[in-house]
Design a protein around this ligand. Structure first.
Ligand code: SAH
Length: 336
């Protein structure tokens, strides 16, 4: 499927056909034009030729019906990306979207980072991931998508235009009418992207992957993103908060004996003790040479931050069984 072909395929048709086609694809969630009963048969057949709706995907489920589900989507050029459906404890559904094929940032703890970068995704390819899960939830009678997070493969702020364009498509009342407040962008700390987002009139949520309390450690584990000093990164965040009045989530991965010591927590508490800053501690999903912090260490780390007065949450890990947890998305791509 390539929805960017849709309006081209309808160019000889009247305007109302475009509106009907958008509704059929994005609201009624049809998977084949034969289901678009408001269209004449000849048009349905034409559209099935010029703009087929099938999304080629392989699903992986864990053992439990309630766990995360991963889809490996094959794009028109045969590149593959992964996207994940994450059922939340409260019955809501989040989808985790990829923004690039691979990633150029090479964070050492991240499976995608280790596979290198191939190309940016187009907005339509991002929207297709969302559409895939919308169809899936409808078929399974589970309901609708509640949240979308740009925490799949790639760095969203290195593909800024297409990511924004995809958000605008999701927002469009004629398509998904999916509010920006339900969307979060996670960045490894691309300052220019944070600056640009500050100027958008969009209520998307911003998350920063910090993962270290000082530049030395950060640049060790995030060799590209860590080149930007934390001070500069926080300046951009403060400017974003000043302009938007919105809260910012700092993600902190807990890796055994690497960034989980008491002094790390104390240093982190010092730099993140500001209004509208939130900290989210993320369990490390093993993808290579590191180990996750123990539950006791995690609890201690959290306690030190709380004692310093920081609002802290700890993320429940989901999706390990199917290698679909954060940072585990590597697909079946060849190792080059
Ligand atoms: N490039 C963006 C978005 C993709 S990664 C970013 O860095 O934020 C989404 C989140 O998963 C980030 O916080 C990332 O650091 C985290 N992550 C990467 N590898 C992980 C792993 N092995 N276990 C848990 N989280 C991981």
């Amino acid at each position: 499927m390539d929805i960017s072909l849709l309006h081209g395929a309808l160019k000889e048709e009247k305007k109302f056909r475009h509106t009907q086609a958008d509704k059929a694809v994005f609201v009624d969630l049809i998977e084949d034009w034969s289901q678009a009963s408001i269209f004449p048969l000849s048009l349905r057949e034409k559209l099935n030729q010029s703009c087929p709706l099938e999304i080629k995907a392989e699903l992986s489920h864990g053992n439990s019906k309630k766990g995360a589900v991963k889809a490996l989507i094959t794009l028109a050029d045969f590149e593959q990306i992964e996207t994940v459906l994450i059922p939340q404890a409260d019955g809501r559904f989040s989808v985790c979207l990829s923004s690039q094929v691979g990633c150029p940032l090479a964070c050492v703890f991240c499976a995608t980072g280790m596979q290198g970068f191939t190309r940016n995704l187009r907005a339509e390819e991002i929207v297709e991931q969302f559409l895939f899960w919308a169809r899936y939830l409808k078929k399974e009678n589970y309901g609708r998508i509640d949240n979308a997070v740009f925490m799949g493969q790639g760095e969203p702020f290195l593909n800024y235009e297409e990511v924004m364009k995809s958000i605008k498509i999701l927002n469009d009342p004629e398509t998904f009418n999916f509010g920006a407040r339900r969307i979060s962008i996670s960045t490894a700390g691309i300052v220019n992207g944070i600056k640009r987002l500050s100027g958008e009139k969009l209520q998307v949520n911003l998350a920063i992957s910090l993962h270290a309390p000082n530049d030395a450690l950060r640049s060790n584990i995030m060799p590209a993103a860590g080149q930007t000093p934390i001070r500069k990164l926080l300046e951009a965040v403060d400017n974003y908060i000043e302009k938007t009045g919105r809260r910012v989530m700092f993600e902190y991965l807990l890796i055994k004996e690497l960034n989980d010591r008491d002094e790390d927590a104390i240093m982190l508490a010092k730099i993140l003790n500001k209004p509208l800053y939130l900290v989210n501690l993320i369990p490390y999903n093993q993808t290579g040479r590191f180990q996750p912090s123990s539950p006791a260490r995690t609890a201690r780390f959290m306690e030190l931050l709380e004692r310093a007065g920081l609002p802290v949450t700890a993320r429940r890990s989901s999706g390990q069984e199917i290698d679909a947890a954060c940072g585990q998305l590597a697909g079946k791509r060849k190792k080059s």
